[in-house]
Design a binder for this molecule. Sequence first.
Ligand SMILES: NC(=O)c1ccc[n+]([C@@H]2O[C@H](COP(=O)([O-])OP(=O)(O)OC[C@H]3O[C@@H](n4cnc5c(N)ncnc54)[C@H](O)[C@@H]3O)[C@@H](O)[C@H]2O)c1
Length: 320
Amino acid sequence: MGKIKVALIGAGGIGRSHLRAYAAHSDRCQIVGIADVVESAAVANVAEFGGRAFINAEMMLDAVKPDAISICTPPKFHLPAAKAAAERGIAVLCEKPPARNLAETEAIVAAMRGLLLQFAFCHRFHPPLRAAQALINSGRLGNVVQIENRFGFRFARAGASWFTDAETAGGGILIDTLVHSIDIFRALTGDEIESAQAQVSSALPIAVEDSASLLVRSSGGVLGTLNCSWVTPISEAIVRLYGTEGQAIIDYNAAPGLRYKLADDANWTEQNFDEPDRFVAQAHAFLRCVETGEPPLVDGEDGLAVMRVIEAAYESARVT
Ligand SMILES: NC(=O)c1ccc[n+]([C@@H]2O[C@H](COP(=O)([O-])OP(=O)(O)OC[C@H]3O[C@@H](n4cnc5c(N)ncnc54)[C@H](O)[C@@H]3O)[C@@H](O)[C@H]2O)c1
């Protein structure tokens, strides 16, 4: 097959990460179109990455006929974009959260049945997380019994952004950020989440939650405490694994990316990584699925599983 023709819908912050990732694979794919309702965003990115600029996604799909697209709009627009791709037989890499709720996610998965659909849970491709997964699989940590995760930072423009408009985003930080945490927990344990109880709060004058804590239990008995906040000033992105024979820490913001200590170790073992970042690795995996017909690492079922936990989490937060 020749170069894969890729296109982007939604040329904002994360859209540019997808464009940079496709550009890093320019030997395998060509960016043929960029659509954004803000024309200047489409035009500026076309000037940098190539292709043709559009303000209407469906017009772009019909004009440039891509083999594959990235959907990088706010969540409200994921379903219509995925439907438009499905009607045209186009492969989709869709940003997280899959959609605003479980019903919309089900509609995306149904529309894309028989076609390549990968949800962009990019942490699956984070090299330290993959190394931690290998460490767990090697058995050296023993049985993992607890996982702690925190994604926290100060989201300065929160009140002025679509991220805090539930109609556009589907909720607040719980759906925005804890989707990653839930996916990471599922990937590391290899289990489904059986029980999820959340508490949420808002320190900002916004209509959605800006901090959330989620307590989960997996089908294999692993406990998880997953925390996130938009209002804590010291940026943290950490996953801690506790096993019966050792523990490990993945710190996204500081070297080493992974360190671990086993029961009899005097010191921590440190692992640094000079592999491509998770967005480049994610694009590589997606393009490989287009090229080979292999199923994606993160598929529609993963999106549905995460969104079931999100719905249970919101439900528990409402009743407690
Ligand atoms: N994987 C990650 O780590 C990560 C990080 C940030 C954001 N995201 C997700 O990516 C998506 C986009 O987030 P962002 O931070 O890039 O937002 P953003 O606001 O920076 O960009 C969104 C872009 O989509 C455009 N847009 C809106 N509606 C559109 C439509 N109907 N058709 C075409 N373009 C449209 C906007 O004009 C804007 O340029 C969200 O789902 C978000 O949750 C993922």
